[in-house]
Write a protein that binds this ligand. Structure first.
Ligand code: CA
Length: 226
């Protein structure tokens, strides 16, 4: 679980980072908005803690920049201001939560855990990746407008891959999330299901969405291979 802290107040950033590390998170710190945006759009974070008053780029611009690239990552804004209007503005702009300084670390941790529990699964009812469309309410899948019938497990696997599109998922991660258990002896079950899913999702399409990352796992990605 990797978390990005974008905060120019060095002391606060360090305290938050240290406390998060004690809780078992991996933490990166960016001390200005430009670096924060760069990191946020370059790496897969499980959550981002974003200060509003930042040098280089302000928090609102960073928030907007992140959301243009990544609609799912949970973002908590830190604000020194207690104006209701600001909070509404940031929530409207795509932040998931906010904390007014000064805050206790316990409170921050509670908010982070709450966001991690519900993210990213609740954000989008319909996931669209290239010409693949997944209706998460109806559990219906279409590719290029054509309906695809999937078994419950195939659907769960595709949904997990899609929610983490662009991120390489190991067989163990997939087993733990899709099968809700860790049966290490059975990691080839993932390969079997991936093969089935490919047959239904990618066969007959030039743009293959499900990719194998040799020795690591699988990634659902719509970017054309170079
Ligand atoms: Ca600040």
């Amino acid at each position: 679980m990797r978390i990005l802290v974008v905060e120019d107040e060095e002391k606060l950033a360090n305290v938050v980072a240290r406390s998060l590390k004690e809780e078992g998170f991996a933490v990166d710190i960016a001390a200005d908005g430009a670096h924060g945006l760069e990191l946020a759009t370059s790496y897969a974070y499980e959550a981002i803690i974003l200060d509003i008053m930042l040098p280089e780029l302000g928090g609102a611009i960073v928030l907007d920049g992140i959301r243009q690239k990544n609609r799912n990552v949970p973002i908590i804004m830190l604000t020194a201001k207690d104006a209701v209007g600001d909070k509404v503005t940031y929530l409207d702009a795509g932040a998931d939560d906010y904390l007014t300084k000064p805050f206790s670390f316990e409170e921050l941790l509670v908010r982070i855990r709450a966001l991690l529990r519900r993210a990213p699964s609740q954000r989008e009812d319909v996931i669209r990746i290239a010409d693949l469309e997944i209706d998460r309410l109806a559990h219906q899948v279409k590719r290029a407008g054509k309906r695809i019938e999937l078994s419950a497990k195939e659907y769960a696997l595709l949904e997990y891959l899609s929610l983490n599109a662009g991120r390489v998922l190991s067989r163990t991660m997939i087993i733990e999330r899709v099968w809700d258990e860790s049966f290490e002896a059975l990691t080839n079950i993932v390969d079997v299901y991936i093969r089935q899913l490919r047959g239904k999702i990618d066969e007959g399409h030039e743009n293959k969405l499900i990719k194998t990352v040799r020795g690591v796992g699988y990634v659902l990605n719509h970017e054309e291979a170079a």
